[in-house]
Design a protein around this ligand. Sequence first.
Ligand code: R5P
Length: 307
Amino acid sequence: MNLQLYALPGNEERARALAQALHGRCAVELAGCVLHRFPDGETLVRVQPPRPGAHAVLLCSLDGADAKTVPLLAAAATLRELGAARVGLVAPYLAYMRQDRRFAPGQAFSARLYAELLSSRFDWLLTVDPHLHRIHDLAEIYTARTSVLHAAPRLADWIRAHVERPLVIGPDGESAQWADDVAARAGAPVVVVDKQRNGDRDVSATIPDLSPYPDRQPVLLDDIVSTGRTLVASLEHLRAAGRPAAACVVVHGLFAGDALTALRAAGATRIACADTTAAVDGVERIALDAELADALLELAGGEGDGR
Ligand code: R5P
């Protein structure tokens, strides 16, 4: 297999780490992908032409997806036009998965629309823990072949290494799948909070009885932190209940607006995220490069000839 890795801006470090992890296991080359932003806001994409018959892999984490998607689709289309035999996408964070149905009349079903867009240009997609809730499998909306890597083993390693006698707390019902898995791997008990969201930044929470776990250190565990208000609601409850300050461990750290400040103010001690999005000062990173390299090899090497 002959891989050419193309990093969209902001993904260069990940491309280098992946190339290193793949070294000696397949022919792999870092290839150029340059964007020029015109004054009017449009983008010109220029890719290094692929070697004939090469398997082109674009790397682009899709936080802030709206600005990234048009260049990403243009890069994929151009690589195919210039002769790439296959075009795949490694998107450690996959956007729009929380808009997984039409919640009110007239709303876009964005998860499906986005899946159609990506599937129209990529042969395959590799991602980390997409927000699968009302959609249970990416194959329900993606026609491109997909592979999902789970961060749970590495998150559990982090908890085991940094928190004594942890109690894993899922801050809402949707987090239960991640919290249960990580807690089992970390050998910790788990409880799940009842959350009510009344607006983007208006969240309240009811924490279950923690009296069976008097000497446990709380660790909040979620798949996504965006505004931070889901975690803040649980942190405030814990503080009001006189529990020790909690660590927050999350797969995808989006940290929209003042999220980090709000988490610190609510008493978060350590905050750790998988390295699926850009690094943020004060947030510990849990590396997934080795696992991504394994999954990429399997996905890119294991396909048939047809799209
Ligand atoms: C939703 O169910 C997700 O699992 C997260 O809990 C949510 O997206 C976090 O968003 P925010 O940080 O804005 O509260």
